[in-house]
Design a protein around this ligand. Structure first.
Ligand code: FAD
Length: 301
């Protein structure tokens, strides 16, 4: 019979890594599953703002620190995508293409992915001007004009990052004002390379081999703007397709939990960016990780 872990944590983002480490240190047999690379959303952020408490400011280095500490604490890290989660023999089974794994409790910490614009040209020019990573791809746009789409923290933060490389950053927002925290607003307002365009939506991304322009629609109608790159930060959508449909979601698809972060399926918990009501920052993710680890430990003791 295969091993039954005390806890399986789905996702090696900051939430999953932190919760798994806390449980393993208390002596619970703990496994984490990851479909891509450990770290999740922070992996491409060179300078986390604010810097994590007592950790590295670079997202990849911070996640690597946690991964190393988890290995020392005895966490089993399994690099496989979870495709299904179900009840089994009084506990749970977690399925991947590689097999099926058992656990007494499951923490869903599968986070979220950046939403796409859904406009013509976006998929076609992916990797040829359309990017999701300002820190990694910014250097390819030295002295060029690029467009950042969005009006929240991520859009403003990444627009600032891009000004380290680009001549101009058009910051295109569908609303009449940005919704970011004051420190990001101040950074944008004080940055002469950033040109905001309010009340505007992207209609299409255009080019030949590479992105050459975007068509936006504003209050005065449509216009084309010459840009070499397009970065969309218009919000996140949760990664929860493998979670049974019986587990309640909110209207954004995030998993609904009680105060102990337990979902409607007793024994299955949700924490971090995949959870309804979790704030958007790293501090929120870390706080969720501690809460969920405490709640799971209380049930297993
Ligand atoms: C562009 C951007 C910049 C940001 N900058 C900052 C910042 O400077 N400061 C700050 O405080 N916060 C910042 N944030 C927010 C911060 O990144 C998140 O709050 C935090 O990373 C959420 O962590 P998480 O572990 O809950 O989710 P995620 O980071 O999304 O991790 C989830 C993990 O689960 C994995 N996964 C998903 N589905 C499966 C599956 N089926 N099987 C196996 N694995 C799976 C994913 O691959 C991923 O690795 C930023 C966010 C974005 C988008």
């Amino acid at each position: 019979m295969s091993t039954v872990f005390d806890v399986i944590v789905i996702g090696e983002g900051i939430t999953g890594l932190s919760a798994a480490g806390a449980l393993a240190k208390q002596g619970f047999s703990t496994a984490t599953f990851e479909q891509q690379l450990f770290g999740g959303l922070v992996i491409n952020i060179n300078e986390l703002d604010p810097a994590p408490p007592g950790g590295e400011a670079g997202g990849a280095a911070y996640a690597a620190e946690m991964t190393g500490a988890n290995a020392e604490a005895g966490v089993t890290s399994i690099q496989e995508e979870v495709t299904a989660l179900a009840t089994a023999d009084g506990g749970f089974s977690v399925s991947t293409a590689g097999g099926s794994y058992r656990a007494r409790r499951v923490i869903v910490a599968s986070g979220a992915k950046l939403k796409t614009l859904g406009v013509p040209g976006e998929a076609e020019f992916e990797g040829r001007g359309v990017s999701k990573c300002a820190d990694c791809d910014g250097p390819m746009f030295q002295n060029e004009t690029v467009a950042v789409i969005g009006g929240g923290d991520s859009a403003l933060q990444e627009a600032n990052v891009l000004t380290h490389y680009c001549a101009k950053v058009l910051l295109i927002h569908r609303g009449a004002a940005f919704s970011a925290q004051p420190r990001f607003l101040e950074q944008v307002q004080g940055n002469a390379k950033i040109e905001p365009r309010f009340n505007s939506t992207v209609e299409a991304i255009l080019g030949d081999k590479m992105v050459e322009k975007i068509r936006i629609k504003g209050t005065a109608g449509s216009e084309e703007l010459a840009v070499a790159g397009v970065f969309a930060y218009i919000g996140l959508e949760p990664n929860a397709a493998f979670v049974p449909a019986t587990v309640q979601r909110d209207d954004t698809g995030r998993l609904v939990t009680n105060e102990q972060l337990e979902t409607a399926l007793p024994g299955v918990f949700a924490a971090g960016a995949v959870r309804s009501g979790c704030g958007g920052s790293l501090d929120d993710a870390l706080a969720d990780a501690q809460r969920v680890a405490a709640a799971v430990a209380a049930q297993l003791k």
